[in-house]
Write a protein of this length. Structure first.
Length: 354
């Protein structure tokens, strides 16, 4: 191509050199001054999500996930990359990069988060039309997810494994484990559990899921109440006002979800499982899988869903105003019988404590 002057050639080079050096076909650069960059999108997106987080409308865990995917996008595409410059082949390369380092579950989650970030740009009129992701930036297929799950193996514990975990764990982990198998609580549920949600006198837990806000009510076993009382008696002084209302604090007085990247509950549970020689692709959250599985054998799935905090979105759930305490107790007693099904384990469990 001939240029009218050396200056014109230089300006063209400066406009297209980033693409050329990166091995990309140069895009049209008209309107470059007005075109939003990835940096401006990420800043606006995270500011909006942080506001929702601070208002309690978005969980810290979800916000952390968005923050991490934004870092990935900036590292891959560059912070000054124009949004109108991104093409399907760019997203296909990104997916290939992620697939090389993550499994299908993580890959699907990150692709979904990335789409949320870029869809934000169109919804907030940063760009005139939606981003074209192309066919190469799809989430893993259902078949791939099923095959991965089969390869990973069961994600539930057997009764003898749960008993060993409970009786070897020290406070507050033993109370956390009991809440997980008694009420189907997950890591984040336990880490954010407020004192006001636990009624030690009546023996009930009233605690909406932090992730979804779905109401949840569950009777607590004597073993669970005893472990919580034992912990409350030695609960350290909270370091900050933000953590003062939480049931569980570290021995330094911090909340267990303070540093989400550290995943403290997961780490402590992994240490316990390694100590007990309990293998497999299982960790603390597998207790929620276990409760769902065993609770379902009570043949009252509606009550199980209520305890788990699941909303099936059916018309029946819209019309259903309540579920009796008797039904909820029947589910938790079914799980308790499965876990402590005979007295023959008493001496074994006492020896494990010591």
């Amino acid at each position: 191509m001939l240029f009218r002057s050396p200056q014109a050639a230089l300006e063209r080079w400066l406009a297209e050199k980033d693409d050329l050096l990166a091995g990309r076909n140069p895009r049209c650069r008209e309107g470059v001054a007005e075109a939003p960059t990835l940096r401006s999108l990420v800043n606006q997106f995270l500011t909006t999500k942080a506001m929702l987080r601070d208002n309690g409308e978005l969980s810290p865990h979800t916000w952390s996930g968005y923050h991490e995917v934004c870092q990935e996008l900036v590292e891959t595409f560059g912070r000054d990359r124009m949004l109108t410059d991104l093409m399907p082949e760019d997203f296909e390369k990104l997916r290939t990069k992620w697939a090389a380092k993550w499994g299908v579950v993580r890959l699907g989650a990150e692709i979904n988060r990335a789409r949320v970030v870029f869809n934000f740009a169109h919804k907030n009129r940063l760009i005139p039309a939606p981003i074209w992701f192309g066919e190469g930036f799809k989430r893993p297929s259902k078949k791939a997810m099923r095959l991965n799950r089969a390869e990973q193996g069961s994600k539930m514990f057997e009764a003898d494994e749960v008993r060993r975990m409970i009786y070897v764990a020290q406070p507050p982990m033993n109370a956390m484990l009991l809440l997980a198998i008694n009420a189907g609580l997950g890591n984040n549920d336990v880490g954010q559990l407020p004192l006001k949600a636990v009624d030690l006198e009546s023996g009930w837990l009233d605690y909406p899921r932090p992730k979804t806000g779905v109401s949840r009510r569950c009777p607590l076993w004597p073993e669970t109440l005893g472990a919580i009382r034992e912990w409350i008696d030695k609960r350290p002084t909270p370091k900050s006002a933000d953590d003062a209302a939480l049931v569980f604090l570290t021995f330094r007085g911090n909340g267990w979800t303070k540093d989400l990247k550290d995943r403290p509950i997961t780490k402590e549970c992994r240490k316990l499982l390694n100590r007990l020689g309990i293998t497999g692709n299982r960790n603390f959250y597998a207790l929620r899988h276990t409760f769902e599985t065993i609770g379902g054998e009570s043949k009252d799935q509606v009550a199980v869903n209520a305890i788990m905090g699941h909303d099936d979105g059916s018309m029946a759930s819209v019309y259903r105003e309540r579920i009796s305490d008797e039904r909820l107790k029947a589910v938790t007693e079914h799980v308790r019988t499965w876990l402590f099904r005979s007295e023959e384990h008493t001496s074994e469990l006492q020896s494990l404590r010591h």
